[in-house]
Design a protein around this ligand. Structure first.
Ligand code: RUB
Length: 323
């Protein structure tokens, strides 16, 4: 039994009306809290079944951003533990609702904190290049700007979905000087750039960063021009599954995002591929800015050790430290 609002949230994540890794994670967790509030279950076990069903639906929406499984895991681990220790139906509802609120609040605070920590690395006069639309990357840029640093930004369009337009709007509205460029102009402008600042959908155990398609090419161009690459990523973007040797699945989206349907009438044999993300190896990343501090990409495994409780073979549970 999945409430209609939860099905709507799942559809909105799939159709990218809700998008960006942090937002997806929060929306999925909020959806589980709606299940806890609205489920007509008459006993705790039944509520658990409804939660499991909703989790499956949400997990199947978008495969790459690890915030989604990490957020769901966090709530479900708490719910399962409570059920095992004999929680009543009402207690289980409350645990899920409170854990969801805690996760959402922590996520919002993390983005603010990343802004503060990251802004320390931005100098007066810096020209920053960013890609796609990352709330964590924007948090760094806006914090530095509000501190009075005279910075300006190159933002890529981010085809085919043009998330770069969201970024330029946010920066423009805040008064940050911003220039929109086409994705393929990145190397052309790189010699003017001081720092690349991007977000992440997932950080792997070896410090590779999965982010919007094109990020790895930007990092390569930055490496060639000796421009530093900063990745802004909350600790719940680190993927515990990769520490078990699993790869992050890269979402491929429909061809219709790239060409209009008429295109296939003229060229029926052309194949269009539309991967939504790519992997930037750790060698091309200088630092990862988390809400707990700055680490080199090689420190990713330490974050995973500290942040996740390991129950190999059973489930990976988030060991959020309650403040
Ligand atoms: C969004 C994207 C963003 C990351 C980080 O891709 O790649 O850079 O999700 O964003 P999409 P945030 O538009 O396909 O979801 O820092 O907001 O989590």
């Amino acid at each position: 039994m999945i409430p209609l609002e939860v099905i709507k949230i799942a559809n909105n994540i799939r159709d990218m009306k809700i998008r960006g890794a942090a937002e997806i994670g929060r929306a999925a967790v909020y959806a589980l809290s709606l299940v806890a509030q609205k489920s007509p279950a008459s006993k705790a076990e039944e509520l658990m079944e409804h939660l499991e069903e909703a989790s499956k639906l949400l997990l199947a929406t978008r495969p790459t951003a690890v915030t989604l499984p990490n957020g769901i895991q966090y709530i479900m681990h708490r719910a399962r533990t409570a059920l095992q220790s004999g929680a009543s139906l009402e207690e289980l509802r409350e645990i899920v609702i409170n854990s969801a609120q805690y996760f959402i609040k922590s996520s919002q605070q993390a983005i603010k904190k990343i802004g503060e920590i990251g802004a320390r690395r931005i100098r007066d006069g810096d020209i920053i290049l960013t890609h796609c639309n990352s709330s964590a990357a924007i948090s760094i840029i806006l914090t530095a700007f509000r501190q009075g640093k005279e910075i300006s930004v190159y933002a890529t369009e981010t085809r085919p979905r043009f998330q770069g337009r969201l970024t330029v709007k946010a920066l423009h509205d805040a008064g940050v000087p911003v220039t929109l460029i086409i994705d393929s102009a990145v190397r052309y402008f790189m010699h003017e750039v001081d720092k690349v600042v991007v977000g992440a959908d997932a950080v792997t155990a070896n410090g590779a960063v999965v982010n919007k398609i094109g990020t790895s090419m930007i990092a390569l161009a930055a490496h060639e021009a000796r421009v530093r690459v900063f990745v802004a990523a909350e600790t719940y973007k680190f993927s515990p599954y990769t520490a078990l040797g699993e790869l992050v699945e890269i979402e491929e989206r429909p061809a219709e995002e790239v060409v209009p349907p008429e295109f296939f009438k003229e060229c029926p044999n052309v194949k269009v591929r539309n991967p939504a993300f790519d992997v930037t190896p750790p060698e091309f990343i200088d630092i990862i800015i988390t809400e707990k501090g700055v680490i080199p990409p090689q420190g990713a495994i330490l974050v995973l050790r500290e942040e996740f409780g390991w129950a190999l073979g059973e489930e990976l549970s988030r060991t959020f430290r309650e403040e």
